[in-house]
Design a protein around this ligand. Structure first.
Ligand code: GLC
Length: 451
């Protein structure tokens, strides 16, 4: 009897161990499977980020509650006033599509904790503001109708939830351990973890196919938060189980866990080269603002020019990456005129030049970019794209390309570019004859048919 009991105990223990270790694994994919799952995204290259929340009302940074160290009570006036009467996501979606963007990621909840969706697990949501409706439902439908893939940004950080402990990034951050202890008495992160899972379940169940989720962000260390605080592995497993194809960012603090992220997300800077982890190139996307802050910031004057933004996009593709370009709509629910202007110019450029972006990547090793140009390459069509950032005077030399080129044209109007072999006695080079007058295009592109 005793041995039988013991073996039952052992078997149960073994089963528990197997179940536990299996559940501790994230789904395993080969590199090829992962590349296939992410193919639409790598081909797309260009998406729209949208940061929208109560912070659109103060209109001075989405971190305003933190920067000005506001309490929930002080911040409440924005909740009570929020009424974006001009909100029409169909218009947003049309502008994104016209700009050439193929996917979109909207803040369902940002650090302030306010939910744009009708969550069962909080009262702090759009449906309880004067606006009174679920903003996410309309958003999802509108962007899908324009053929864009739809994603959510969901803040791990929450400056409103009563169980979220005060940390070094909180509006109520403190100086001493004892002050933290005093304020955090009674706050229970395990309840907050449940809240995260419940809300992620809602977002990934109630709105149809969701193609991307951005969890933001971890800051492990003293008075910080990381994977244990969010229960990151299980949160990610939950997301993947509800939306099997979903593409996930790298801010859950799971960088060393296999399957812990899909792409890396350099924020507001240009990478020097295609980023690698352990010697292997990784999928990447840079997220960038028009003017510095993510939420609508009325008085910001540091807006990037259209040429800079187009260059940012091309430059990302030239290193094998994507660009997620952010708009911060106003509290009326519209895109600010400067955002509309920049999106319009990008769209004008993309209309004629998107072949150098979609499906493109870094040029094959050994191809030398002439000065002041950026190269992209489409491996399927075997065409090389030369982006002329500073328009040259009448000619351009392609070093070492004499044997490699079949035909060259301007991309925007498919007009032939003549070329001849050799330059200054160097027969390996090609010399292109360009019109002296810069074509009517912010950044003219040469389309090179390779042999
Ligand atoms: C940072 C900021 C945040 C913004 C995000 C976009 O994490 O906290 O305001 O949403 O970057 O990548």
């Amino acid at each position: 009897m005793k041995t039988r009991n013991l073996s039952i105990l052992l078997i149960t223990a073994l089963m528990l161990f197997v179940t536990f270790s299996a559940s501790a694994q994230l789904p395993n994919e080969t590199d090829a499977q992962k590349a296939e799952r992410m193919k639409w995204w790598t081909d797309a290259r260009f998406g729209m980020f949208i940061h929208w929340g109560l912070y659109a009302l103060p209109a001075r940074h989405e971190w305003v509650k933190n920067i000005e160290r506001m309490t929930n009570e002080q911040y409440q006036k924005y909740f009570e006033t929020f009424n974006p009467d001009m909100y029409d996501p169909h218009e947003w979606a049309k502008m994104a599509k016209a700009a050439g963007m193929k996917y979109v990621v909207l803040t369902a909840k940002h650090h302030e904790g306010f939910c744009l969706f009708d969550s069962k697990f909080t009262d702090y949501k759009a449906t309880n503001t004067p606006y009174g409706k679920d903003l996410i439902k309309e958003y999802v439908e509108a962007f899908r109708a324009e053929g864009l893939k739809v994603g959510f940004y969901y803040s791990l950080i929450d400056w409103h939830h009563p169980d979220y402990t005060i940390d070094s990034n909180h509006p109520l951050r403190q100086q001493s351990d004892s002050a933290y202890a005093r304020l955090n008495k009674g706050r229970d992160m395990s309840k907050y973890r449940e809240y995260l899972k419940n809300q992620v379940t809602e977002l990934l169940t109630n709105y149809g196919e969701i193609s991307i989720i951005w969890f933001d962000f971890s800051f492990p260390g003293k008075n910080g938060k990381g994977r244990k605080d969010w229960d990151s592995e299980n949160l990610l497993k939950l997301a993947r189980s509800l939306q099997p194809g979903i593409i996930v960012d790298d801010r859950l603090d799971l960088s060393d866990v296999p399957g812990g992220f899909d792409f890396i997300s350099p924020e507001q800077y240009k990478v020097a080269k295609w980023p690698e982890i352990n010697g292997k190139r990784v999928a990447w996307e840079t997220c960038q603002t028009f003017s510095g802050s993510w939420g609508y910031y009325r008085d910001e004057t540091s807006w990037k020019s259209s040429a800079q933004l187009i260059e940012l996009l091309v430059e990302s593709v030239s290193k094998g990456g994507n660009l997620l370009l952010n708009v911060g709509p106003t509290a009326r629910g519209v895109f600010d005129y400067r955002a509309q202007d920049r999106l319009g110019s990008m769209g004008e450029w993309m209309k004629y030049n998107n072949r150098s972006v979609y499906g493109c990547t870094e040029a094959p090793a050994g191809l030398i970019a002439p000065d002041n140009t950026l190269l992209t390459y489409n491996p399927v069509t075997n065409r090389l794209y030369i982006h002329l950032l500073a328009y040259p005077m009448g000619s351009l030399v392609l070093k070492g390309m004499a044997e490699k080129v079949k035909y060259i044209q301007f991309l925007h109007d498919a007009s032939e570019i003549k070329f001849s072999r050799g330059h200054e006695g160097n027969t390996g080079d090609l010399e292109l004859t360009l019109p002296v007058l810069k074509p009517h295009s912010e950044i003219p592109v040469l389309e090179v048919y390779l042999k």
